[in-house]
Write a protein that binds this ligand. Structure first.
Ligand code: 9YT
Length: 128
């Protein structure tokens, strides 16, 4: 069994800062769980274009407030603490944070930790 503490991964390669967000990867592909688990802070006042064409993601907001706009229908989905959104159709979206938002994110397939969003907000498929 594994126990992972956030305090032990801060400042390591498992902490990835993209400017709009900082993601602490608690579980990655190399942990062989079949998914990855991230504790991500979305910074207040940011808007991020995201389109995970190669991944499914569930995002559970545990602190803060913002919204997701799905670009297929331009619907605005208010997100605050205790709300989960699931990108079950690889939904292209804009994530806007009104305050800092703390999100627990689960990715299937798991991310390796080396992905960065490309210009379309996409992570590449299945890096090792
Ligand atoms: C909520 C979301 O998708 N934020 C972007 C970062 C992503 N969660 C990650 O790589 O940890």
């Amino acid at each position: 069994m594994k126990v992972v503490k956030l305090e032990d991964i801060l400042g390591t390669e498992r902490e990835v800062d993209d400017g709009n967000w900082v993601s602490r990867r608690l579980i990655l592909k190399k942990d062989n769980m079949g998914y990855s688990v991230h504790d991500t802070i979305i910074r207040a006042g940011t808007e991020t274009h995201i389109w995970y064409q190669n991944h499914l993601e569930s995002v559970y907001c545990i602190e803060g407030e913002g919204e997701v706009e799905t670009l297929s229908d331009n619907k605005i989905h208010p997100i605050k603490a205790d709300t989960l959104y699931a990108l079950d159709e690889h939904d292209e979206h804009l994530l806007r944070a009104k305050t800092d938002m703390r999100m627990v994110c689960v990715f299937n397939p798991p991310v390796s930790g080396r992905e960065v969003h490309d210009e379309n907000g996409v992570y590449p498929a299945d890096l090792d």
